[in-house]
Ligand binder design. Structure first.
Ligand code: ZN
Length: 178
């Protein structure tokens, strides 16, 4: 059973009091429904130049030229409020605040992604192999995933803050664009 839908259903029927707190912690606490119709997850066929003015030069270089922002440069590194992190280019939700943690690296870090919204590929930009990951919809580069993250996944999704936009749980998600 889809846990998010299950929790949402219980909330809708007033069954919240019956939920063990651990389950609430694991699910999306409040605010955004993160289910996106499958058709919306199909890859956009945009020339990278399409995004340049929309996101600004610094974010564009990260998203579409696979640059990396300096460590400790993003205010999102210390952001821990409830909400959703969406792709700065196309606005697809990529991470829930529920999976954010302090990795000490100076980049916003998560131990899990929103299922189906991110794709990966091997990256040899440095001498050693890394795994690059990007938004499945616009292809925008987000960061690299490592195997030294916390439980329950053991993954560290190390993200450029400029490639994301944080949306507080109290505010509506922006419409997808592109
Ligand atoms: Zn995107």
């Amino acid at each position: 059973m889809d846990r998010r839908r299950f929790v949402g259903g219980l909330l809708a029927t007033g069954g919240l009091a019956m939920l063990p707190s651990a389950m609430l912690m694991a699910g999306q606490r409040k605010g955004h429904s993160l289910s996106v119709p499958a058709a919306e997850l199909e890859r956009l066929q945009r020339d990278p130049e399409f995004w340049r003015d929309l996101v600004g030069e610094d974010a564009w270089r990260i998203l579409f030229q696979e640059r990396t922002e300096p460590a400790f440069s993003s205010p999102l590194d210390a952001q821990y409020a409830d909400g959703t992190y969406v792709c700065a280019a196309c606005h697809l939700p990529l991470f829930s605040s529920d999976t954010k943690y302090d990795s000490g690296t100076g980049w916003p870090s998560f131990y899990d992604v929103i299922d189906g919204h991110i794709d990966t590929k091997p990256d040899f930009l440095l001498i050693f192999r890394r795994t690059e990951y990007h938004c499945i919809r616009c292809g925008g580069h987000q960061g690299h995933v490592f195997e030294d993250g916390p439980e329950p996944t053991g993954k560290r999704w190390c993200n450029n803050g400029l490639a994301l936009r944080f949306v507080s749980a109290e505010k509506p998600l922006p419409a997808l664009r592109g």
